[in-house]
Ligand binder design. Sequence first.
Ligand code: G3P
Length: 219
Amino acid sequence: MQLFVDTADVEEIRELAGTGVVDGVTTNPTLVAKTGRPLFQVLEEICRLVPGPVSAEVTATDAGTMVAEGRRLAEVAPNIVVKLPLTRDGLEACHRLEKEGIRTNVTLCFSPAQALLAARAGASYVSPFVGRLDDVGEEGMGLVADIVAIFRNYRESIRTRVLAASIRHVAHVIEAARLGADIATVPPAVLRQLLRHPLTDLGLERFLADWRATGQRIL
Ligand code: G3P
């Protein structure tokens, strides 16, 4: 499973990308608003830092303007993926942009039926929102499991990749990988938590103390 980082904070991306574990980035209007910075400046900087797919979301609600916004966003860099909401117009815009060779990520997916439609429209990625379903008492990971299972039945005709989004904690990431999601997009704090284990810290402390006691150096 690939890991994308779910943020528009360029400094966070710079720090995390240095580890080599960041395959791509997803942004949305809320995440861009949080930075307080101009959208295009943020996107240009992110695309320079990460060569993998960088999702940038349209803010129009009619297909024609979504397509125009998508074309403008795609001009930023070849790795831009245009994020579109899972609405009737979002699907039309997805279909039109993909035909032009612009990759799309259909977002705000809350049902297997919606995911199937995104795939039929030709989306490169579909983003089921796990945490937001959990928030309303539903089983977010159940949605990921359903979509992965459905898409597996049609490997030849469905190329759409399942991008587990609205990930809130480490267990979500592990479960998404267990279920076979293609990608999980993970907030920076959760990505850092994936790295940590108290036994790693304790073990390292012991190795270093024992090494210091020898009085030797490698360099
Ligand atoms: O980028 C979309 C998504 O990951 C949003 O997550 O935590 O706002 O539900 P969240």
